[in-house]
Design a protein around this ligand. Structure first.
Ligand code: ZN
Length: 142
């Protein structure tokens, strides 16, 4: 049985690929963030400025994760949302870097998306701080 570093049993996901398969289907930066829990440099994602209606999907498996209506300007330099689509993401306690944070990943492929913090706006009070490279924006048709 495999254990992650916080001693919770490894999750299983509907979409599973080997590292080699992910590496072949993702950009190097997306692979680093999604599959190796990396963090993109703040302010580098073109999705920071994305304000059209639409859906933000997982860059790994294409699952819709966030509605553009839940996006807001957090000033952090990362795309930020106050709520995910229902059931789209899963969370895990992350104790790396001497902090306790809540890690957020895609519920379908396990790809690392970012973290959620309790300092967001109404109505949830949550800030889903996402790596733009983990997301793919799909504008709403028409
Ligand atoms: Zn995914």
């Amino acid at each position: 049985m495999l254990f992650k570093r916080d001693d919770t049993p490894a999750e299983t996901f509907p979409v599973t690929k080997s590292d080699a398969e992910w590496r072949a289907s993702l950009s190097p930066e997306a692979f680093r963030v999604l599959r190796q829990h990396g963090t993109e440099r703040p302010g580098t994602s073109p999705l920071n400025a994305e304000k059209r209606p639409g859906t933000f999907a997982c860059a790994g498996c294409g699952t819709a994760l966030f509605d553009a209506a839940a996006k807001y300007e957090s000033g952090t330099g990362w795309p930020s949302f106050f709520a995910p689509l229902e059931g789209a993401v899963a969370e895990k306690t992350d104790r790396s870097f001497f902090m306790t944070r809540t890690e957020v990943h895609c519920a379908r492929c396990g790809g690392h998306l970012g973290h959620v913090f309790p300092d967001g706006p109404a109505p949830t009070g949550l800030r889903y701080c996402m790596n733009g490279v983990s997301l793919a924006f799909r504008p709403k048709d028409g």
